[in-house]
Design a protein around this ligand. Sequence first.
Ligand SMILES: O=P(O)(O)OC[C@@H](O)[C@@H](O)c1c[nH]c2ccccc12
Length: 255
Amino acid sequence: MDDSLAPQVRSILRAARERDVADGRVSVEPRPLGAAFTDAEADGRVPVIAEVKPTSPTTEGERTDDPVELAEAMVAGGASALSVLTEPEHFGGSTANLERVRAAVDVPVLRKDFVVREAQLDAVEADVVLLIARFIGDDLERLHDAARERGFQVLVEVHDRAELERALDAGAEYVGVNNRDLAELDVDLGTFEDVAPAAPEDVTLIAESGISSPADVRRMRAAGADALLVGSAIMDGDVAANTEALVNAEVVEST
Ligand SMILES: O=P(O)(O)OC[C@@H](O)[C@@H](O)c1c[nH]c2ccccc12
């Protein structure tokens, strides 16, 4: 395994490889993510994917609220889409959480997990599935195709320009730039600012991680973010109000 990764991340990947997978193959009719973003823009809202993340290796404590209530509050706050962690051991997630959330809301739902083999794609239906370039290596195009064949929209996560190239070669239409370095686990919003200019216009770019205020939202938008993925800053406190503040970052100029 990649020794440069933080020990927590290595533990997550080990668990992902060993996790049991379902029999059979899913076939999804996804709720379109691009349209959800366009609708938000038309409405004067910043497209935000709000993340139901009960805990994480970099979060203290665990939020034990019903994920469906959290998800509904996020949508009420104006989120364009949701992300639901399905990783059980390090993020407190589950495929059952995702199923329940997706049944309760109308917006597209992203499955947030560490997919490293094709069979993991069949664990649960979702509108979008995440593939992390750093963890997939040479298999990225094959897994991207496998996900598309099942009907999923795919968000490919990158952290630098070399990974962006690999994502584009694999056919990615949605690219997430993770501001968190999975080797050190520290966050730098400059990561998105460095990678975004290298992406072609027709790619939908999503800034991920470390976005904690309306000012951060404006900073990522100025750097070219079509949408933002936000977890901790929304999960901490009043979920609907937190979402609303970020979604309206371009309406209400804060001082
Ligand atoms: O809580 P934050 O800093 O707003 O970050 C959300 C999201 O980007 C982060 O949870 C994340 C980004 N990529 C991931 C991959 C797996 C698990 C989690 C993630």
